[in-house]
Design a protein around this ligand. Structure first.
Ligand code: PMP
Length: 462
């Protein structure tokens, strides 16, 4: 691999990723991991220049035994009006069984108070355990975890930690519509990477990178949603993941693995491993920043997610928090821990299995209605995770690609059905014949009626 010159920093830094690897010994296996110095060289100017936070950086000292703290401006909890919090918890296997939970005074006090920037320790420990159980990743391998107010908060912090205004970046296309605006407001050079039913088209990504102009710095990040993608519903195959990971190493970029639908997988087993798991399987780590979300599996209103990635990058994200939202919501974290610690990992995985089956049934109902109403006017691939159906309207004349925008925004809306036209999911806002429909909420009758209306909208537009 050739040395990488990063021009986006004030002073260009030359780092040779393969020459400067550490070889930590974990158990009896030797891993190759990029050193902190390399990650520091890849940080954005914003991240490098974050001013030291004199309060939050010493907050943990309050925990020292015997210390009398005159430090933080914490309000006194006796002035808070909430004095107890009770809720009822569903059993992960049999949802008819409900258990009353009363938060202890200690839990309540922690939940109502400011807390650590990285998130509360029991939730972080739970997240480490989950990464081990789900991805085979152990604490102490040069990566760490931080909790955020949902994955969205963390994606933004990861992007800000790495990307400078004007940098080139890669996103899968179509892409989750919540991400391009981050890059666009930084006037980034956003390159769309084509996807199909197997995930990112690795050969077109390779062609893009191999033909990259020599006078332009290569992209630093690739954003992807690997299971039950929003909007396409696709789950990337193992073969594609391996190729993309290989390209990340060859061309020196980070993979932002945004995986909120991981626990909503209902496709064939075994499922392909995550990028986060794969890089460890290959004994070469440090390329993946993984974003998990509790939104789809516990509650989206709790606003909780966590990021797992190289220590230096996670630290830069924490430094961001100290000047944006200080910390993830304490009460949400306490509630999440109250649930997750009672369930244990076994309960969590059982709950996840039940939720996945719920969405599988929803998908089946939706697809059956699609076959009834849209089989001659649309094409689609059945999703294996998540809550989205991505389908192509066959409206283009003489085999040309149609445009779903007018049909969805105007005709379908007039007929009383609301969906999203494909163009919303392309950073360059190209025309698209595709439509994204979410099947998470509706019952059988409403789905049938929605697709009947959509059919008339499509036919009327011809
Ligand atoms: N990424 C993707 C792909 C999503 O679909 C969503 C939610 N729509 C998010 C991130 C945001 O998740 P969270 O609620 O954890 O912020």
């Amino acid at each position: 691999m050739s040395p990488v010159v990063t021009h986006s920093d004030d002073i260009p830094v030359v780092v040779e990723p393969t020459k400067v690897v550490n070889t930590p010994q974990i158990g009896d296996v030797t891993f190759r991991t990029l050193p902190d110095e390399y990650f520091r060289s890849r940080l954005s100017t914003t991240a490098k220049n974050r001013a030291f936070d004199g309060i939050r950086s010493v907050l943990h000292l309050e925990q020292r035994p015997g210390i009398i703290s005159l430090l933080a401006g914490k309000p006194h909890s006796s002035t808070f009006p909430i004095t107890s919090l009770n809720f009822t918890l569903r059993d992960p296997v049999d949802p008819t069984i409900e258990t009353p939970i009363n938060l202890s005074q200690e839990e309540l006090d922690l939940g109502l108070q400011y807390g650590p920037t990285t998130g509360i320790q029991p939730l972080i420990e739970w997240a480490y355990g989950l990464q081990k159980a789900a991805h085979g990743r152990n604490e102490g391998e040069g990566w760490s975890i931080t909790i955020g107010n949902g994955a969205q908060d963390l994606i933004y912090k990861a992007v800000t930690a790495l990307v400078n205004p004007g940098d080139a970046v890669l996103t899968e296309a179509p892409v989750y519509a919540g991400v391009p605006p981050m890059f666009q407001t930084m006037l980034c050079d956003v390159h769309e990477v084509e996807t199909d039913a197997d995930g990112i088209d690795a050969s077109s990504l390779r062609a893009l990178l191999e033909n990259w102009p020599t006078d332009k710095p290569k992209p630093k990040v690739l954003y992807t949603v690997p299971y039950g993608c929003n909007p396409t519903g696709m789950t990337a195959t193992l073969e594609r993941r391996l190729k993309v990971l290989q390209l990340a190493r060859e061309h020196d970029f980070f993979i932002l693995e945004d995986d909120p639908y991981h626990y909503l997988y209902y496709g064939p087993h075994p499922r392909p491993p995550s990028y986060f798991a794969l890089e460890k399987d290959q004994l070469e780590i440090g390329r993946v920043i993984r974003l998990d979300s509790l939104s789809k599996i516990l509650s989206s209103g709790l606003r909780l997610g966590f990021a797992s990635g190289p220590n230096v990058i996670i630290k830069a994200m924490n430094d961001h928090s100290t000047v944006s939202n200080l910390q993830p919501n304490s009460l949400s974290q306490i509630l999440a821990v109250a649930v997750l610690s009672r369930w244990g990992y076994d309960g969590f995985f059982k709950h996840s299995e039940r939720v996945s089956q719920f969405y599988k049934t929803k998908r089946d109902v939706f697809e059956a209605a699609m076959r009834r109403h849209l089989s001659d006017v649309a094409e689609w691939t059945s999703p294996e995770a998540g809550m989205f159906m991505w389908f192509k309207l066959l409206t283009g004349s003489e085999g040309r690609e149609g445009d779903s925008d007018e049909i969805i925004r105007t005709t379908a809306l007039e007929r009383g059905v609301l969906a999203l036209p494909g163009t919303v999911f392309f950073p360059n806002k190209r025309k698209s014949a595709y439509v994204r429909a979410s099947f998470s909420q509706l019952g059988e009758k409403e789905v049938d009626e929605a697709l009947r209306r959509l059919r008339t909208a499509i036919l009327d537009s011809r």
